[in-house]
Ligand binder design. Sequence first.
Ligand SMILES: Cc1ncc(COP(=O)(O)O)c(C=O)c1O
Ligand SMILES: N[C@@H](CCOP(=O)(O)O)C(=O)O
Length: 465
Amino acid sequence: MRYVSTRGEAPALGFSDTVLAGLARDGGLYIPDRWPEFSQAEIRAMRGLAYPDLAIRLLTPFLGGEIPDAVFAKIVREAYATFRHEAICPLVQTDSNAFVLELFHGPTLAFKDVAMQLLARLMDHVLAERGQRATIGAATSGDTGGAAIDAFAGRDRTDMFVLFPHGRVSPVQQRQMTTSTASNVHALAIEGNFDDCQNLVKDMFNDHGFRDRVSLSAVNSINWARIMAQIVYYFSSALSLGAPDRPVSFTVPTGNFGDIFAGYAAKRMGLPIERLVIATNDNDILVRTLETGEYRMGGVVATTSPSMDIQVSSNFERLLFEASGRDPVSVRRYMGSLKQSGAFTIGEAALASIRAEFDAGRASMGEAAATIRATLAGSGYLLDPHTATGMHVANLHAAGDVPMIVLGTAHPAKFPSAVKEACGVTPALPEWLSGLMEREEMYTVLPSDLKSVEDHIGRLTRAAR
Ligand SMILES: Cc1ncc(COP(=O)(O)O)c(C=O)c1O
Ligand SMILES: N[C@@H](CCOP(=O)(O)O)C(=O)O
């Protein structure tokens, strides 16, 4: 298996190089040159597998033989040993045909842990094999940063710099990034929003001199390995509801489009998925795009689901590549227009193919809060504001007797004020994080300016040549 860039002007790479590269050198995102496919019989035979065994079964074809089976199995088992739930990603029924897929039993209480714990170990393995070091640049609207810092803290081959929007993450999210005592992780509070942070990271990748000098790597979902790891829980949840003999639908709280793109990949691999429903908060660029066919940037508004306060949805580029028949010329045209005028219009055939797979809906902050209240009253289940955004949209898209699975992307205790305001209950942090809010914080405030960020990273990283 090789990985190709969505923009078609960077060399195709093997798995290990793709993991280290993050963003392709032409600014595109790597994607497998073909989707591994599993027959219905093969999928049926996956029923009952423990989560790590299922992950090994599903993900091995993506490695292209570059990591020995026994090594990969060890990496996977160690990654999921960090989770606090035996099932890793348990499925909880909240109504007759509605389910929450709880993805928040990892070390930082967010779905990001599922992929990040695996990615850190994969990256470590590849760097050790090559005797190399890397500098990791990560952008976060709140959850990726904490998950990345937990997964990479103390790893000798990597220095990590996490860019978060100053004052726009929840206090719990901020502490998860700023209280690590590991000397290889650095939290940078950027004076801007998440899109500014993400643009800075992409600009660092596109500055090839800097990129090469510090051996820059990525752990955002621009890194293929993040998406890859997230495919597994689509299979695990669908299998537990009778797949492949019973189709299911998923509603996914969406920002950067990574999580839902993993669902699309699962479908391409043979999993019978009826609908993939994109759920956004008031930052609804993706909903507008599906409605009108035009992807047009607006301003970012701060909401009670801050991790989804995103306009530039990185992984939508991967979907555009697929929907345009894997045509990098179209993708370059779309991305060029986005850069120049803040908008592009999707071609008719590509739009039809996107609409054939996806639905989309938004929830205002009021609607998300009402859903938290109603779900608690109806089933005793406490949602976080991101999952509540998904639940609101899922309720509008539930169809017939097809089970609807909402991805539970964060634990409510990460957003105690919003949850309390919605329903009067203050969710407590689990015992292992109980001292978090008292720990000393360490972070550097920087302007949203490429040179300032590169100078800072260049001074501190041990990977500089
Ligand atoms: C809690 C939570 N929900 C949903 C999302 C959106 O996921 P994605 O960016 O993969 O669309 C994020 C951040 O990405 C998140 O942290
Ligand atoms: N919501 C994310 C934003 C970054 O997303 P990623 O999946 O591309 O890492 C966050 O919480 O940081």
